[in-house]
Design a protein around this ligand. Structure first.
Ligand SMILES: *Cc1c(COP(=O)(O)O)cnc(C)c1O
Length: 366
């Protein structure tokens, strides 16, 4: 949901924070944490400065707890935003990219085992584009090799993964041992600036993250860690609490747009994303694949349709990760060449999606 339609609600909430005189560590933050923990079915939520910090704090906390150590490796998907890897390397651990599946565009859990060495201590499933990354294989590998599962749920707030055995679904962010989330303004649940949160049901991890995010203090002027300042502003917590009330509606709108595109796009030059009926995808992005991507994107631009690429350069191809340049990730690299994100953010309507689909269907081979 964009902010314009709920401007008055946002203004009221901001005014209340200004009037309260309490800008950090206040009621809004505490209530946001309760509401997020409830929504995501975890015991603890720690609201923090941004999504990258949320992931950094999880890994740093595991280091303080003696669970992870410098030099350990963390399996990450090849197809992700670079922040997933930055959180790992910032802590002196090594990201170990694993290829992704063509259908989910997420971590291919069948390809994890060949990458395992005694140094691998964790795996980071990323629910990219709003599609949950979760299966029996991942659970099984994590159990057998005693790996921590750290979810990057920056793009999939309130998505549902199917959980075998439980005969049902579980919300992303509650699946692994700990989760980092982002409330960057363009995410499905976006603040009016930078914020994020850590989710976990592990009490020790939660209290370690909370202390680390507040200079390493477990109580006032008592520093048990050489910590950081990763706090969230009360104003942002208040903005997010307003946005949370509209999240369900926003998710439904995104799902409706995705279904509309999937029904109406029939051009054989364009590969649609899979809609899986055993999970709930929340469609942070609606990503198609087109071999002639440049020509497709300029054709759409000429017809007034703006598109984007998530992501043209995978992290292991970024200059800062030259040590990973030799990774062989054929599906990730194919996606990097072919993916195009179609408009899905508010205020795109069903009618817009039908019109865009028609334009797409008129795109011809050269
Ligand atoms: C946005 C994002 C992040 C980082 O979140 P910030 O709040 O921008 O720091 C991490 N991982 C993924 C997959 C993201 O999309």
């Amino acid at each position: 949901m964009a902010n314009a339609p709920i401007m008055e609600e946002l203004k009221d909430a901001a005014c209340q924070v200004i009037a309260s005189g309490r800008y950090l560590h206040g009621e809004q933050t505490a209530l946001l944490e309760q509401e997020m923990a409830m929504l995501c079915q975890v015991k603890y939520c720690i609201a923090v400065s941004n999504g990258l910090d949320a992931l950094r704090l999880v890994i740093r906390a595991y280091k303080e707890m003696g669970v992870l150590h410098e030099g350990d490796k963390v399996i990450v998907p090849g197809n992700t935003y670079v922040a997933s890897l930055l959180a790992v390397s910032d802590n002196g651990l090594e990201p170990c990219p694993c290829d992704v599946r063509e259908d989910t565009m997420n971590l291919d859990t069948c390809k994890i085992e060949p990458l395992l060495t005694p140094q691998v201590k964790a795996v980071m499933p990323v629910h990219l584009y709003g599609t949950p990354c979760w299966d029996e294989q991942l659970i099984d590998i994590a159990k057998r090799y005693n790996l921590k599962i750290i979810e990057d749920n920056a793009q999939a707030v309130a998505a549902q993964a199917s959980v075998a055995g439980l005969n049902g679904t579980k919300v992303t962010g509650s699946l692994g041992h700990a989760t980092g989330m982002s409330f960057y303004p363009t995410k499905n649940l976006g603040a009016l600036g930078d914020t994020g949160c850590v989710l976990t049901s592990d009490e020790q991890l939660a209290s370690t993250v909370r202390a680390l995010a507040n200079y390493g203090a477990d109580r006032r002027y008592h520093n048990i860690y050489k910590g950081l300042n990763c706090r969230i502003d009360e104003i942002q917590a208040a903005m997010l609490r307003v946005k949370l009330k509209h999240l369900g509606q926003e998710t439904q709108r995104r799902m409706m747009i995705a279904r509309t595109y999937n029904e109406h796009i029939t051009n054989p030059l364009v590969t649609r994303p899979a809609i899986f009926d055993d999970m709930q995808q929340v469609w942070h992005q609606y990503v198609v694949r087109v071999k002639e991507r440049d020509r497709f994107m300029s054709y759409l631009k000429q017809n007034g349709v703006g598109t984007d690429i998530h992501y043209a350069t995978p992290p292991h191809r970024q200059p800062c990760y030259s040590e990973l340049a030799s990774c062989k990730l054929p599906v990730t690299e194919m996606l990097a060449r072919e993916v195009v994100s179609l408009p899905i953010a508010y205020p795109i309507s069903q009618q817009d999606a039908i019109e865009i689909s028609n334009i797409i269907n008129d795109f011809k081979a050269k």
